[in-house]
Design a protein around this ligand. Sequence first.
Ligand SMILES: *[C@@H]1O[C@H](CO)[C@@H](O)[C@H](O)[C@H]1NC(C)=O
Ligand SMILES: *[C@@H]1O[C@H](CO)[C@@H](O)[C@H](O)[C@H]1NC(C)=O
Ligand SMILES: *[C@@H]1O[C@H](CO)[C@@H](O)[C@H](O)[C@H]1NC(C)=O
Length: 371
Amino acid sequence: MAMGYSRGVIITRRPAVLLLLPLVVASSLLAATSRAREAQPLPPVEAATAAVVGSRRAPERHGLSLDFYAKTCPAVDQIVANVTAVRYRDFPAAGPGVLRLFHHDCFVEGCDASILIAPTTTAGAGQAPKVERDMEENKNLPQEAFDTVELAKMAVEKKCPGVVSCADVLALAARDYVQQAGGPSYAVKKGRKDSKVSLAGKVRGSLPRANSSVDELLRVFAGKGLGAADLVALSGAHTVGFAHCVHVLGRIYGFGGGAADPVMDARLVKALRMACPSTGGSARVVVPVDVSTPFQFDHAYYGNLQARLGLLASDQALFLDARTRPLVAELAGNKTRFFQAFVASMDRMGSIRIKKGRKGEVRKICSQHLV
Ligand SMILES: *[C@@H]1O[C@H](CO)[C@@H](O)[C@H](O)[C@H]1NC(C)=O
Ligand SMILES: *[C@@H]1O[C@H](CO)[C@@H](O)[C@H](O)[C@H]1NC(C)=O
Ligand SMILES: *[C@@H]1O[C@H](CO)[C@@H](O)[C@H](O)[C@H]1NC(C)=O
């Protein structure tokens, strides 16, 4: 493939770029209203085959099934979809937020809705974080996303009380958003139980960061039983959503004497610097992670990486690293292939360490344990 760097000049076709427009739209749209907490996209989703990283603990996988609630709550998919359709229209930040929630849930102790548990005390100064939500990594998950899952769960409880787990509602709501944003429609397997605990201490090191190296990403993913193909496919979720300036400042000012990452396209550097001053910028401004089609769930994200238009260091790194670059090229060139890969990887991510039977509970209110 004729893609790569040659004396600093990239040889690849350039996607149509709408840099300035989405940046301006995004910050005014999302930051102007006091409701809008800046929705950050899923952190790059990583995966590494067990073979890549060696002797990682194998994930526990249990059987989930499409018809798990066939007898007890046959309309569950539709009940959730009815709620999410309205939510994603009225609160656009909720959509990518729910995708991130699902990712942050599954990567910490498995897909068990542990991320949804509300802090029990107001965290005072010097107080240790208690639940997963208290951790820095989870602080900017948008409230609209939590509310969406809670509302969907309430609708489900009305029709089928005490039957459907919050973990399953979250998996369904994430699927709904992908479809809503123009992505693939796919069936979601169900049968997850909710966790009986949510521990802040389990978060650190379990989630990728905006500046993670590919090594780090592969390691985190491998720890979840996911491979490089999963990493690249799930990172495609960054085709929607926004990131806070704090996650890009390093790339646009941090390369010696205020210089930008030389890998980043100069047009993107310029546009980002307008939105994100080196100091004194608003903490509420956000920038789109997919700078060409930020509201559309498509494969443009990968073309951006090839054109050095990746926003986060951890995104751009997928193109720069020889282990993941061919996968980026494969998905950049074929939207159908991306959709297939994304759905397969979502299914794998959604199966991480499922709790069954008495190992879990079915909460009534997603933010509260049963007892
Ligand atoms: C979903 O909404 C549609 C349209 O309002 C309604 O006809 C249908 O009964 C709803 N389905 C469920 C399962 O709530
Ligand atoms: C990555 O970002 C975190 C803060 O989010 C920071 O503490 C860390 O030093 C950064 N790592 C690198 C390698 O830049
Ligand atoms: C795109 O990928 C799909 C699914 O893998 C495949 O069937 C199709 O042939 C591919 N299209 C091209 C142009 O390569």
